[in-house]
Design a protein. Structure first.
Length: 884
């Protein structure tokens, strides 16, 4: 009996537990300690700081089953999914790790024992091949002399293009970080006997599949050209669970292992296809696993960053669902299936099942319309392609107008072997950018293209004013030695009380001054580790190496602080009222108001909003002392401090607590006691994208002013309505009823009026030869009513030319209607052209109907009269021509 995938996962953990390893849970797919990574892509990620010696190890040997995602950066498998047997976006990586404990020999021996011993995986030894880094003679010797692998089955792999460490057998996590030579174990799926390493290197029919990678972490890559040795030597191994399952279950494709087959069968059941091997089934099976785990790690679909990767994966899965005839929303229904197949690894999913389903469903509903429309247009455009190249304009149009993602267009085109004109796409995108830049031309842009490799010490937690040394001055992004009167620029100091905008908190304003020189700081921004004071010099001059006093505007800062502390209270209250699934997704704290974006897919009711306000105000009235302490990250976690998931924290973090009600990691500035906030009022609630809500609120003086404004609005309304404030609702209801009745009456009167006009018009019909001509100028009539009059007249008389004009203030609108038969002689469009030509108006239309308008001119009645003569002449001409 083959082992199940769930057994294999457990065996791996048990084996290494027996060898003295501690089992550590998988870390989140969102690396908490690394901004260089979009998603966790290897088991070693959570130990990066230990490898680098930046953090103490808790245990010398650990073993993990790590959830990984490879959809971007150095390791990106998204495009291969479904088309190859071995690639996934989401997969589980089995890994054992040694931190400055055992090294090459034991790591290799353990791997060999697990793979080949009868007690464990029992793989025949002759099915395994080894690769080593060419210069790593020690590893070669271990395999050959100790493990006794014949020389012809150990392949040495060197550097590519003579570039040091650029090799399949030198593993690197990304463009920077821990790295080192590695040795890989391959499984031979072939049945014929081969002995030569040349055959291995040719690797025909993908006969050899890498199953385990053992990395000897010895270096840290600092940059593309710089690599340094690490003090500690460590082991990082990684074996894809799905690959080893395929080996142990005697199948070639990962998609044929037990867990995938079960999932694929459930997708197949809701499709209309007959082929269980269809690529789309594999794509969906792969993608749904990614989706549920990403959402479980608190990332929700959005248009940027990780949320966008998730959105792409969901949309790709939906497109493949569409391809295999699944008509209904289906992805969210697969969540229980994923939970079922994933065994112990599904624990995190079980906790969040409802949330995951809810988010997937919302995204499916939102996208299905776009998908259907977009695919229709795309398919018809593909049919029209010339030379099998889809125009870049179309790709951009689909994206810009319909929100149909470019990567989906690429996907469809790849399948149909259609190329995309990327140059045309770029041109279309640039043009659009230019158009929108024109719209935004008043946007004030402080250029961030300033890089300073220096540090500015922030003293603003304790001081509002400091003395500082001027280190750099920039004007128009150019480094200069001084700034003079009336010049705008950015000044960098060695130390400052000014808070540079970060974590949502707006930068401070204030002044830098010395003797007669004064620079007004209008904004403060961070430039890596230093701080730019942005503003204008209003007197004297400031030079590099001058000492200046730098002083923030205390009132401005204080208002910001009230809003920042209130934001923490709001965050806690939201979790209180709406549940712990509320996570911060964005925040803006200004002196005037606060804005808070958070994950929440349900509708928030008025009573919930009031409850949130109520809770925040209770905490304000408690006048809690706001405690700020610097703690070890681990200690802060123990306190259950709320942290941003996708934020990198150093090992010491700043914790802001308001009793136990709110504990958050935060670098911002806060008021002393909650009572300082005075009063908190939510002023708006909206939804900014699927599953993300936004609340805006005001505090202190601004909250009072907001209520005063509301009060005076109410007072004005009651004055206008001539009633008491307490009767406003009743009064408005009365007015609405009255208005409805009046509207009814007006409609009746309009009907009568229309009848009257029609009667009058019919009496004024003129005959121009055999054509009936009718023209009239209305004053202050409604244009829409003109149309109904024309429609009515059309039914009553035939062979007509009708011209109706409506004059309101100094403008006129005009309607020309010509009976179908008459259009053989004269077209409505032509009449309109004559009129607008003579009135400098604008208009156009077709043979039977034309509309136009312009500035009123007293010539209009005469023009209409002249039209009659023109018609007469035209008719004559046409008749004569016909006779000839
Ligand atoms: N870090 C290596 C890899 O991902 C081994 O775990 O392949």
């Amino acid at each position: 009996m083959n082992k199940t995938t769930n057994q294999i996962r457990q065996d791996f953990l048990n084996f290494f537990k027996e060898k003295g390893h501690i089992i550590i849970p998988s870390s989140s797919l969102v690396p908490y300690n690394d901004t260089t990574l979009l998603f966790t892509n290897a088991g070693m990620n959570q130990f990066k700081e230990i490898f680098l010696g930046e953090k103490q190890r808790d245990y010398p040997r650990v073993v993990t089953v790590q959830r990984c995602l490879r959809t971007g950066g150095k390791h990106n498998d998204l495009e291969n999914v479904g088309y190859t047997s071995k690639h996934h976006t989401f997969f589980e990586m089995l890994g054992n790790f040694s931190f400055n404990d055992y090294f090459k020999k034991e790591a290799i021996e353990y791997a060999w024992e697990l793979l080949t011993s009868k007690k464990w995986f029992n793989i025949p030894k002759n099915k395994l091949w080894i690769s080593v880094y060419e210069n790593d003679t020690e590893t070669y010797r271990i395999w050959h002399n100790i493990i006794k692998i014949p020389a012809e089955r150990i392949i040495k792999i060197g550097d590519k293009n003579n570039s040091q460490y650029d090799s399949e057998n030198f593993w690197q996590m990304g463009d920077s970080g821990p790295c080192g030579p590695c040795t890989e174990i391959f499984y031979d799926y072939g049945s014929t006997d081969i002995k030569s390493s040349i055959d291995f290197l040719k690797n025909e029919n993908n006969r050899f599949v890498e199953i385990w990678n053992i990395v000897f972490i010895e270096f840290n890559r600092i940059s593309q050209t710089k690599i340094i040795s690490l003090k500690n030597k460590s082991i990082d191994t990684g074996m894809g669970l799905e690959r080893i399952s395929a080996v142990l279950q005697n199948v070639y494709s990962n998609y044929d292992i037990d867990i995938f087959q079960e999932l694929i069968k459930s997708i197949f059941a809701s499709s209309t296809i007959k082929n269980l091997n269809h690529i789309s089934l594999k794509v969906i099976a792969d993608h749904i696993r990614s989706c549920v785990y990403i959402i479980a790690d608190n990332i929700f679909p959005s248009n940027e960053h990780r949320g966008y990767v998730l959105r792409r994966i969901i949309r790709r899965a939906l497109r493949h669902g569409h391809k295999i005839g699944i008509k209904e929303n289906f992805l969210y229904k697969l969540v229980p299936n994923v939970i079922k197949i994933m065994g112990k690894s599904a624990d995190i999913l079980k906790l969040k099942k409802d949330k995951i389903e809810e988010i997937l469903k919302a995204e499916e509903i939102q996208f299905s319309n776009t998908l259907n429309k977009g695919l229709k247009i795309l398919n018809s455009e593909i049919q029209k392609t010339y030379n099998n190249v889809l125009s870049g304009k179309t790709v951009f149009y689909l994206y810009d107008t319909f929100g149909f993602p470019v990567d989906l267009t690429e996907d469809v085109c790849r399948e149909k072997k259609i190329k995309i004109d990327y140059t045309g796409y770029k041109v279309a995108k640039e043009e659009q950018k230019k158009r929108s830049n024109l719209k935004n031309k008043f946007y004030k842009n402080y250029n961030n293209n300033i890089f300073i490799n220096d540090e500015c010490i922030f003293q603003g937690y304790k001081k509002n004013k400091t003395k500082a040394l001027v280190k750099y001055i920039f004007i128009n992004n150019q480094f200069v030695s001084k700034i003079s009167k009336n010049e705008n620029g950015i000044i960098f100091l060695n130390t400052t009380p000014f808070y540079g905008e970060s974590g949502g908190q707006k930068g401070d304003i204030g002044k830098l001054y010395y003797k007669k020189s004064c620079f007004i700081v209008e904004d403060t921004k961070k430039y890596k580790k230093t701080t730019g004071h942005i503003g204008k010099l209003i007197s004297g001059e400031i030079k590099i190496n001058d000492y200046v006093f730098s002083e923030i505007d205390e009132n401005y800062r204080h208002s910001i602080e009230l809003n920042h502390s209130a934001t923490h209270l709001l965050h806690a209250a939201l979790r209180n009222v709406l549940g712990n699934n509320v996570y911060q997704k964005g925040s803006l704290v200004t002196n005037a108001y606060l804005r808070f974006d958070f994950s929440c897919s349900k509708f928030i009711t008025m009573s919930e909003i009031q409850k949130i306000e109520h809770i925040v105000n209770i905490q304000i009235r408690k006048n809690i002392l706001i405690k700020i302490e610097n703690l070890d990250l681990e200690k802060a976690k123990l306190k259950n401090a709320i942290a941003l998931f996708d934020h990198q924290y150093s090992s010491i973090v700043r914790v802001v607590s308001m009793n136990n009600f709110s504990i958050e990691l935060c670098g911002g500035t806060h008021t002393k006691r909650t009572g300082d906030i005075g009063f908190f009022k939510i002023i708006s609630q909206s939804s900014i994208s699927s599953g993300i809500k936004r609340i805006e609120a005001v505090t202190g003086e601004n909250a009072i002013n907001y209520l005063h404004k509301k009060d005076s609005d109410i007072q004005n309304i009651s004055f206008i309505l001539n009633c008491n404030q307490s009767n406003i609702k009743e009064k408005i209801n009365q007015i609405l009823i009255k208005t409805k009745n009046l509207e009814k009456k007006i409609k009746q009167l309009q009907k009568q009026e229309k009848k009257y006009y029609i009667k009058q018009l019919l009496e004024n019909i003129k005959n121009i030869q055999e054509i009936k001509f009718l023209s009239h100028i209305f004053y202050n009539y409604e244009h829409i009513l003109l149309k109904t009059i024309v429609d009515e007249l059309k039914t009553q008389i035939d062979n007509t030319i009708i011209i109706l004009v409506n004059v309101i203030d100094n403008r006129f609108t005009i309607l020309v209607q010509v009976s179908k038969k008459v259009t053989n002689w004269i077209a409505a469009k032509k009449i309109m052209e004559i009129i607008i030509d003579q009135t400098n108006g604008k208009g156009g239309g077709k043979k039977e109907m034309a509309e136009g308008g312009g500035v009123y001119t007293i010539k209009l009645p005469i023009i209409l009269k002249n039209i009659q003569s023109w018609i007469n002449i035209e008719l004559e001409k046409k008749k004569n021509n016909k006779c000839i």
